[in-house]
Design a protein around this ligand. Structure first.
Ligand code: MN
Ligand code: MN
Length: 461
């Protein structure tokens, strides 16, 4: 290579993805982002994400998988695991003995879950007690409008779907101290400024007419009974989540970014799902998309990525072809599609500039995650990184190599290790996010689109 060519190559890789986007692709990028925004608004909880994903899949000819079903190349099936985890597959031209091309993203996001006995009245105000789910910065969840979403299962087994605070409906809120009385609170660390037991949702203030005690609570309970038909005792068998009420919106005068609750990790989940839908040809190898629950609290449980439900699904697919599961897994590839931190100049001190993902520089590829010396990381091999570089480049998916932040600044994990532990070659990649885990996170539109392109490349193999 001539010196000039070297220099041009370096300069090109240092350019924003906006400079590397063929102009004719821009309308597709914008259309894709509009569809993603609609998915986000429809999917504010893991259950809602599964519901919406199933709806979109069925619209496109996907069928629910039933054990023992005969499958042929091109067949599209999905497996809904308890309404909280979804696995989809397009059967490839080659047998499963040749492995599958898998993407795994998660659809649970940090939020405030209700405690089993949440309702109480104090000083004639009615509250719901919460137990936060995932790594939230507690101070960010006060003084913003919140919705309550989820299900209540009554003793007779009836499931009631609850959505409180949609559109023009009243919202819930967690209050904070006024600055005039904040002198002592101001001395606390950010972590302690708002305590877990202070994350109490204000749900009513108007007393029931007549005599008696706890009249505000009684009035709230009556409203819940009238609207949803459940009683206070039914909170015991409920899964209700307080999530931000704000709808998704474009950010910046140029509209180049998207602000919303739950980009982590629905931005990768939608990319993985949509790329599977948009496959134009039957893929060589079977393409599998997993949308998992419980990543934010360690991927445990029946709907988390460690669940045997995934192994069962893969084993069922293998059985339908008489293929050995262990051969299939050792020849499979998995892209653990999860968000990474975007370099934020406002907090530049926690990032190592040369190894941080930047907004608008494409999908962030992470060889490893983890904390304190890669602890808990799956650490993909050099061979695997080489394979993915080639895959993304050939598909025109702009990508960048990234770590989460400075070595000693902290860290994080993904589902990658749980896939790798199954003897599947796995690597992390995902959209860089600003304010990750906040009630309102920001991503770059072009990174969303490049992640979608990257997912398509994974399925095509
Ligand atoms: Mn995540
Ligand atoms: Mn997360």
């Amino acid at each position: 290579m001539e010196l000039k060519e070297w220099q041009e190559k370096i300069l090109y890789s240092q350019k924003s993805a906006w400079d590397r986007l063929p102009r004719e692709e821009e309308p597709r990028l914008m259309a894709y982002c509009e569809d993603y925004k609609a998915f986000l608004d429809a999917g504010k909880t893991e259950r809602a994400c599964v519901k919406e994903a199933v709806r979109l899949a069925e619209q496109r000819g996907w069928r629910p998988y039933r054990r023992g079903m005969a499958l042929e190349a091109g067949d599209k099936v999905y497996c809904n695991n308890r309404g909280k985890m979804l696995m989809l597959a397009v059967i490839g031209k080659k047998g499963l003995e040749d492995g599958a091309q898998i993407t795994a993203a998660h659809i649970d996001s940090p939020r405030l879950d209700l405690k089993p006995s949440p309702l109480y009245e104090e000083a004639e105000l009615c509250y719901l007690k919460t137990h936060y789910y995932g790594g939230v910065r507690k101070y960010q969840w006060v003084t913003i409008p919140l919705q309550l979403r989820g299900v209540v299962v009554k003793k007779d087994g009836e499931t009631v779907e609850v959505v409180i605070g949609e559109e023009k409906e009243p919202k819930l809120v967690i209050n904070d101290l006024l600055p005039h009385l904040g002198a002592e609170q101001n001395k606390k660390t950010l972590n302690d400024g708002i305590g877990g037991e202070q994350l109490n949702l204000l749900i009513g203030s108007r007393p029931m007419e007549g005599e008696g005690t706890e009249r505000v609570k009684t009035a709230v309970m009556r409203l819940l009974y009238e609207k949803y038909g459940f009683t206070e005792e039914d909170f015991i068998s409920a899964e209700l989540e307080a999530v931000p009420a704000a709808d998704v919106t474009d950010i910046g005068l140029d509209g180049s970014m998207i602000g919303a609750y739950g980009h982590d990790d629905r931005v990768c989940a939608y990319a993985a799902l949509r790329a599977l839908f948009d496959l134009e040809e039957v893929p060589e190898k079977t393409a599998v998309c997993v949308l998992a629950d419980k990543e934010e609290i360690g991927s445990d449980g029946v709907t988390g990525m460690q669940t045997a439900a995934f192994d069962t699904f893969m084993s069922d697919l293998c059985d339908s072809q008489g293929a050995a599961l262990k051969t299939c897994l050792e020849r499979s590839f998995c892209l653990s599609a999860d968000v990474t931190a975007a370099y934020d100049p406002n907090f530049g001190e926690v990032f190592e500039k040369r190894n941080s993902a930047r907004l608008n520089y494409g999908i962030g590829l992470c060889k490893y995650t983890g904390a304190r010396g890669k602890s808990g990381a799956s650490d993909a091999s050099a061979e695997l990184v080489g394979y993915v570089r080639r895959l993304f480049d050939e598909a025109g998916a702009v990508w960048q190599m990234a770590e989460l932040g400075k070595v000693d600044a902290g860290g994080g994990g993904t589902v990658a290790k749980y896939m790798a532990n199954r003897n599947i070659d796995t690597i992390d990649a995902g959209v860089p996010v600003l304010s990750m885990h906040a009630p309102f996170e920001t991503v770059g539109k072009i990174d969303c689109y490049m992640t979608y392109k990257a997912m398509g490349a994974v399925y095509r193999g």
